[in-house]
Design a protein around this ligand. Structure first.
Ligand code: ADP
Ligand code: ZN
Ligand code: MG
Length: 480
């Protein structure tokens, strides 16, 4: 048995209007290659970079949210290497004086978070449209986008913890509106350093895994590396320090380069940029303006709404859901002293979520007060939950208020005792056998009869009242 150790390096593109050192647009949806480019981000000689203030502000927010220290004097450095997507021959990054030092998330110590610029993107297809048989094309739209890099201490010990750390970070970045952090779009990229050791006090030789493009890949790549390394040690072999890439198709890691071939980046302070004096930022004010963070919200939701863990997870995972829920909850409190928060949360996390996925913009057509109203109608027995589903779909289509829609669509619950009683009597007569079965103690028979009443009333019969009347009639019938 070996003890695995993992340290993560996570990049995320920051959500600013413009690039890190020039005024080109930061537009992740730009499809046309080389549209958002200028002499600065194309690395033309004689151009000068200018620091993007809002990128620095976002870094301060991220640092504070991760309970890190904001350095008062930071610095940008040149990291030299050659690659076709890096037109200057160096990347502007931070080495000795990152903006954020130390920090904490999910029991994992954060070493640092620094600010740098992204590289361009190589495209290895599409040569034919240029009349070529094979070629690599380069798109510089991404070159110079603001990028944060977070490095953790080697505090993680299995694949699940690594995934949960990365998901937590993604949530925080989204709550702060600092990054969309979409892994499929490459807005968040993860590298995992993995080692195994026999003793707890000593770390083994680490292997760095790159090219990890999804949370599943984070998990699988770490699991794979732990097994691969364990196999080597079992055979008495040594682990070599190297960089490996994750192959999503084969589900394996593949050696890319050994330590001896590692780049020497020759970091030095970028002479084109002044030291970054962070004292000009009002850190206290920024701290005061941070939104409630996901974990704080989780605790508060347990206290205030007594929801199950699963419901809270879904609501909190997206700030939009959580905000929507709270607005609807407050509307519901305005209508009743006994708001059923669980029912409300259920509609948001199941039906409404399904509708949002099916068609964009549903949340706008169904404002929180409409959903609260719908839940109130169910609580009052005016609407059956069976019809509520259809009603909600109609509400999302039309944007109408549930009470009006319910009336115009004839969806009001049937709760008139006399009328319901007549229907139930008919159902019993038609289903003598089930009625007899019920008398013999078969609970299923009761469910069947309720189902028949629902079918006859097209789901409008109020369930509670139906059950009461049905039980009463069955008893009377068999007493005779
Ligand atoms: P390098 O100099 O190779 O970049 P660092 O010490 O800067 O290495 O660490 C890079 C990342 O690797 C960090 O996330 C760190 O926690 C992690 N790391 C360092 N040593 C180990 C190890 N033995 N096992 C697993 N992860 C490690
Ligand atoms: Zn530019
Ligand atoms: Mg390092």
């Amino acid at each position: 048995m070996y003890i695995p150790t993992i340290g993560l390096e996570i990049h995320a593109e920051l959500k600013t209007k413009t690039k890190m050192f020039c005024s080109c647009k930061n537009d992740p949806d730009e499809k046309k290659p080389n549209t958002n480019v200028c002499p600065v981000c194309l690395g033309h000689p004689g151009t000068l970079p200018v620091i993007n203030k809002s990128a620095v502000e976002l870094m301060i927010k991220i640092g504070l949210a991760l309970r890190g220290k904001i350095t008062s004097h930071s610095q940008f450095d040149r990291k030299s290497y050659f690659y076709p997507d890096l037109p200057k021959g160096y990347q502007i990054s931070q080495y000795e004086h990152p903006i954020v030092q130390e920090g904490f998330l999910r029991d994992v110590r954060i070493t640092r978070v620094h600010l740098e610029e992204d590289a361009g993107r190589l495209v290895h297809s599409g040569a034919a449209s240029y009349g070529l048989q094979a070629a690599s094309l380069v798109d510089f739209n991404r070159a110079g986008l603001p990028l944060m890099e977070l490095v953790t201490e080697p505090d993680i010990h299995n694949a699940d913890e690594a995934v949960s750390f990365a998901k937590s970070l993604q949530e925080i970045l989204r709550y702060l509106d600092a990054s969309d952090a979409n892994m499929e779009k490459g807005q968040m990229r993860i590298e995992a350093n993995v080692s195994i050791a026999k003793e707890e006090t000593k770390l083994g030789t680490k292997v760095e895994v790159k090219n990890i493009n999804s949370f599943k890949a984070v998990h699988d790549a770490i699991r794979y590396e732990i097994e691969r390394q364990s196999g080597l040690l079992d055979e008495g072999k040594k682990i070599i320090q190297e960089t490996r890439g994750w192959d999503d198709v084969k589900n394996t890691t593949v050696s890319q380069r050994a330590k001896e071939e590692a780049n020497d980046y020759r970091y030095f302070p970028d002479p084109d940029l002044p030291p970054l004096d962070l004292s000009v930022f009002e850190i206290k004010k920024i701290k005061g303006e941070l939104p409630e963070l996901p974990d704080e919200k989780r605790y508060r939701f347990i206290e205030e709404y007594a929801l199950s863990k699963d419901l809270i997870e879904i609501l909190v995972s997206e700030r939009e859901f959580a905000d929507y829920f709270e607005e609807a909850a407050s509307e519901l409190r305005g209508r009743t002293t006994k708001p059923d928060y669980r029912l409300l949360a259920n509609y948001i996390t199941s039906d409404l979520r399904g509708l949002i996925n099916a068609e964009n913009g549903m949340l706008k057509k169904t404002p929180p007060e409409h959903l609260a109203h719908l839940v109130f109608l169910i609580q009052e027995g005016k609407l059956t939950s069976r019809l509520a589903k259809d009603l909600l779909a109609k509400m999302s289509e039309t944007g109408d208020d549930p009470e009006n829609l319910m009336k115009s669509e004839g969806m009001e619950a049937l709760s008139d005792e006399g009328e319901l009683r007549k229907i139930i009597e008919e159902v019993i007569i038609k289903n003598e056998k089930s009625a007899a079965d019920y008398k013999k103690g078969k609970q299923n028979a009761l469910q069947f009869l309720i189902g028949q009443v629902m079918a006859k009333t097209k789901g409008k019969a109020e369930p509670g009242l139906t059950k009461t009347i049905l039980e009463k009639l069955l008893k009377e019938k068999f007493l005779n």
